[in-house]
Design a protein around this ligand. Structure first.
Ligand code: 13P
Length: 250
């Protein structure tokens, strides 16, 4: 049984004080959680958020990572630095990194291998642009991105990680993929994993949907058989909004 995973990608938002306030508010929420919850603040707030959630079931994730352990890579953060700050997860290959910082599947693959080698669970993002969707290329794009990002991994490693299907046209636009569309593409990604890594890896790998997820649409997206959670941007920045999404997974 795959446990749903709901991650908040705070992107380039929140000072340390603001991050602490949000983490405190979420930590205080009572109740049994069916889903695993991950907070992904900016690098500057990782350690502060780690201190707040350390005795809670909430896990910490980063939004990006370099693949080397150390060295002359000005401005970069390494996998062991993320571990040191308390991270269990790292988002890799987000479409914003691909679009604005030139990240390729090959680079995402290198980062995924480094993350796994350091006991960090990658959340590998894939997804098509609007132009690609309208050209009927959705499946070709997500298959290429999935194969490229996971190339060379063992089936066991693939089983342990998380894939986030985030159609680029749905990110920050208020346009969510329909439940049917999201389910269909995620089932296709799972079939791609099965073809490359076998049925056991495909049955175990968790695949999230991301793109304008909010409390109002989370429960029905999460009720679909192949959708194993959500990667949430805007609606993860306010405790009440994110809590509403978490409630959708109860
Ligand atoms: O990019 C996203 C999460 O990684 C989605 O962002 P929004 O939820 O703001 O659309």
């Amino acid at each position: 049984m795959r446990r749903p995973i709901i991650a908040g990608n705070w992107k380039m938002h929140k000072t340390i004080a603001e991050a602490v306030q949000l983490a405190e508010a979420l930590k205080g929420q009572p109740g049994e959680l069916r889903a695993e919850i991950v907070l992904c603040p900016p690098f500057t707030a990782l350690a502060a958020v780690a201190a707040i959630i350390k005795d809670s079931p909430i896990a910490l994730g980063a939004q990006n990572m370099h693949w080397e352990e150390q060295g002359a890579f000005t401005g970069e953060i390494s996998p062991n630095m993320l571990k040191d700050a308390g991270c269990a997860y790292v988002i890799l290959g987000h479409s914003e990194r691909r679009q604005y910082f030139g990240e390729t599947d090959e680079l995402v693959n290198r980062k995924a291998k480094a993350a796994l080698a350091h006991d960090l669970t990658p959340i590998v993002c894939v997804g098509e642009t609007l132009v690609q969707r309208e050209a009927g290329e959705t499946e070709a794009i997500v298959a290429t991105q999935t194969r490229g990002a996971l190339a060379g991994l063992t089936p066991e490693a693939v089983a342990s990680l998380v894939i986030a299907y985030e159609p680029v046209w749905a990110i920050g636009t208020g346009k969510t993929a329909s439940d049917d569309d999201a389910q269909q593409v995620i089932a296709f990604i799972r079939a791609t994993v099965a073809a490359e890594f076998g049925n056991a890896a495909a049955a175990a790998v968790r695949i999230q949907y991301g793109g304008s997820v909010k409390a109002a649409n989370a429960a029905s997206l999460l009720s679909r058989p192949d959708i194993d959670g959500a990667l949430v941007g805007g609606a993860s920045l306010k405790a009440a909004d994110f809590q509403g999404i978490i409630d959708g997974a109860r």
